[in-house]
Design a protein around this ligand. Structure first.
Ligand SMILES: [Zn+2]
Length: 153
């Protein structure tokens, strides 16, 4: 790991811990003595998303969070809840497969969890994610929601 201050290649790890499946390391440069932190994905390859056109892109946590935040506007949903939801999805995907995951899969994982947090946010997210074209789609998803919550009670 190259030192960001002087460019020296030889840096020493002085502390290491796991954060969300990645290694957070505190390093010290052997040449200039400056200290810096790195986040390294040493344990497994980057989670990839296979888009509908067949191309791959790295799983983008911030993009997913932004999408969820959009659907929770003016709703009593805390950013901590959204972060926890995304953490859970990321951990589950990392645990189960090394292969690329489809956006559909990620979307339904979000919907599954959002439904339990806030139903309005859930419908909003579903409407964007599933690209609802008319009112029928809304009615259908609300019916599905009622059926699901009926099973819970
Ligand atoms: Zn240095």
């Amino acid at each position: 790991m190259r030192c960001p201050f002087c460019g020296e290649e030889d840096t020493k790890v002085i502390d290491s811990r796991s954060v969300e499946g990645r290694k957070k390391r505190r390093r010290c440069c052997t040449k200039c003595g400056k200290r810096f932190n790195t986040m390294e994905s040493v344990e497994r390859p980057l989670l990839m998303v296979a888009k509908r056109d067949g191309s791959l892109e790295p799983f983008n946590r911030n993009k997913l969070i932004a999408g969820i935040v959009n659907s929770t506007k003016k709703r009593p949903v805390k950013i901590e809840q959204i972060n926890a939801l995304v953490d859970e999805i990321e951990a589950q995907l990392n645990a189960e497969t090394a292969q690329a995951v489809s956006p559909d899969r990620i979307g339904s994982m979000v919907m599954e969890r959002l439904m339990k947090i806030d139903t309005v946010a859930y419908v909003r997210f579903a409407s964007v994610y599933m690209a609802f074209s008319d009112v029928e789609d809304f009615i259908r998803i609300i019916r599905e929601m009622e059926t699901e919550s009926g099973e819970v009670r």
